[in-house]
Design a protein around this ligand. Sequence first.
Ligand code: GLN
Length: 497
Amino acid sequence: MSALHDLTLAQQSQALATGQTTSVALTQHALDRIATCNGQLGAFLHVNTEGALADAAAADARRAAGQSRGPLDGVPIAHKDIFVTQGQPTTAASKMLKGYMSPFDATVVARLKAAGTVSIGKVNCDEFAMGGATENSAYGVARNPWMLAQIAGGSSGGSAVAVSGRLVSGATGSDTGGSIRQPAALTGITGIKPTYGRCSRFGMIAFASSLDQAGPMARTAEDCALLLQAMSGFDERDATSAQQPVPDFVGALTDMRVGATAEKPLQGLRVGVPKEFFGDGVSADVLTTNRAALAQLESLGATLVDISLPRTELSIPVYYIIAPAEASSNLSRFDGVKFGHRAAKYSDLNDMYRKTRAEGFGPEVKRRIMIGTYVLSHGYYDAYYLQAQKLRRMIADDFQTAFQVCDVIAGPVAPTVARPIGSSTDPVQEYLADIFTLPASLAGLPGMSVPCGFGEHGLPVGLQLIGNYWQEAQLLHTAHAFQQATDWHLRAPAALG
Ligand code: GLN
């Protein structure tokens, strides 16, 4: 058996089932690796050493008693620090919530716990999930295991680093405008943002409530399917969680399509290729690797169809109006009264609010609160917010037009490979890099990032797959077929050993 950290989640699960390893051994190995590597990676903000070992021992005891809870029982995973966790601090990578202890678990965390996973700790992200590089964390940057001077993407950068650096085999992430897909792409792992409403948002600290969605990040589509299976489903505590049946995601990986064969598992699948995703502004290495991935899908039986998503560019201003508008409202709860930080010295209540928020929030969060407050203010609401809402609907309609001629849409996740840490000086430039992930977010559609090669400096590139509503199983099936025929997802960053 290879080193425990080289095993995928499914392989770890298998090794537990056959008695080749124990949950305590897996957990201790992960804790040791975190102790060795986290200093250079900046992935973990909190390591749940004692709690994880106790949960692992309990999982081993269940298994010995013939009461295993299923494939995830005893597997260590990490949670993005945007999910509240009982017994472990939750900060959303903000000074505002330094030391905050939640009295309850987020639904997604609770469901993964019920499935037997061992929560090994909380991982870094951009403050309140606002950003695309994990540089906006109040607790230091997360570094790309493929090249430590580069960003790991964001906002779920800690999750991406923990998985790609092989500290854990799976992690939770959240995606408002690309925060699962983009860091997955930049670190060479697999991640899926489900349809809006598939996973409960209860206990996931809100950024932009009409866009926020939880999802899994892991090395393979198979591992994502295993995690998503446990995370999904209606929750009465989230009014926007959907009463949608949860399909068998794991079973769907190997479902045979009509007319498919072992060599052509994607026979009959129509893959839409949006011309706007392959135009100017996408770097040559990303284009080349993505085109090769499309050819690979074709060789697996899929048919490529040219499509257009004409409002792709507009998704940037639309998102950067709607998301800050919702953020400005959501973040008003952090006023020093009930949650987290409160200024030490103040003269009256207003002064307490002002100082608390000035001290507690970082610059990007403040920028978004100001933009959001502006676009919602009297006199500007119609010009910005209302207009953005109308365009959001049109962006969603464009996808429905496209899905009349294709089943899945494929193209780049991000226009370039990971850039150097500290190299961005212009926030608007950062926002522009979200161009390919924002459209699916605005439409509420499921989107996935699948490793599809390496570009400049040997840095990973991702292929994005976008499906129609509730079609996660089809995305996972497509990604799984691709991963059975390629080995990009099996490559490990050399630097860490
Ligand atoms: N990069 C985008 C932003 O900064 C997306 C973040 C996210 O999905 N949480 O808003």
